[in-house]
Design a protein around this ligand. Structure first.
Ligand code: OGA
Ligand code: MN
Length: 204
């Protein structure tokens, strides 16, 4: 059994999955340190909403992000090789035709969240699988910031709340699962990204 088996089984069965053992705490700590370094160096920008015309709406989407570019030192981290292999495993099992992946660091300041949304822009379906790796050591239920998943086709019905615990990996089907990030009470760090069927241009 490869390390993706359980994740893939759950993803297939229920459209989402969480694992606390797939990603090692060493990777979480190293990636957090790198994210904090980039943050201290002013390398984050406000997350935006919309395609084509993009706008800052901090009440809708409150994170600041740093895209991980192809060939950057960040991208050399084994987490991204792991993701390439996970993507290949999904292609082998389900013929999903996932041709690329994209990831960014995200930091939500205290009080920020992300209102309910779906991870596909209107009229496009290239993003197939959403991935979030949480980087927060010592996160407590009182710190909030849960990822909240809602029922496919019934976005008013809450399905699952997931605390952003360090080294926790959450995956879900991008086009089906409405979700939100509830406001957090201390800075909330993650790497979020998508497995895609197209090969997009580099992020500007
Ligand atoms: C996103 C998103 C969820 C999370 O970045 O689109 O929904 O838990 N993130 O950070
Ligand atoms: Mn999302």
């Amino acid at each position: 059994m490869d390390p993706y088996d359980e994740l893939i089984r759950l993803l297939n069965q229920q459209g989402w999955a969480v694992s606390d053992s797939a990603i090692s705490p060493d990777w979480q700590a190293g990636l957090l340190a790198r994210g904090q370094e980039l943050w201290a160096g002013g390398r984050f920008r406000a997350g935006q909403v919309g395609r084509g015309v993009k706008v800052n709406l901090p009440e809708v989407r409150g994170d600041w992000i740093h895209w991980i570019e192809t060939g950057s030192s960040e991208e050399a981290h084994p987490f991204f090789t792991w993701m390439t292999q996970f993507r290949q495993a999904l292609n082998e099992r389900f013929g999903m035709g996932l041709r690329s992946q994209e990831f960014h660091f995200a930091r939500y300041a205290e009080g920020k969240g992300y209102q309910k949304h779906i991870d596909q822009h209107r009229g496009t379906d290239y993003r197939k699988v959403s991935i979030v790796l949480y980087l927060n050591p010592d996160w407590d239920a009182a710190d909030g910031g849960e990822l909240c998943l809602y029922q496919p086709y019934h976005p008013d019905e809450e399905m699952q709340r997931i605390l952003p615990l360090g080294a926790r990996l959450a995956v879900f089907v991008s086009g089906m699962i409405p979700h939100a990030v509830l406001p957090c009470r201390r800075p909330r760090w993650s790497i979020a990204g998508w497995l895609r069927t197209d090969v997009p241009n580099p992020h500007a």
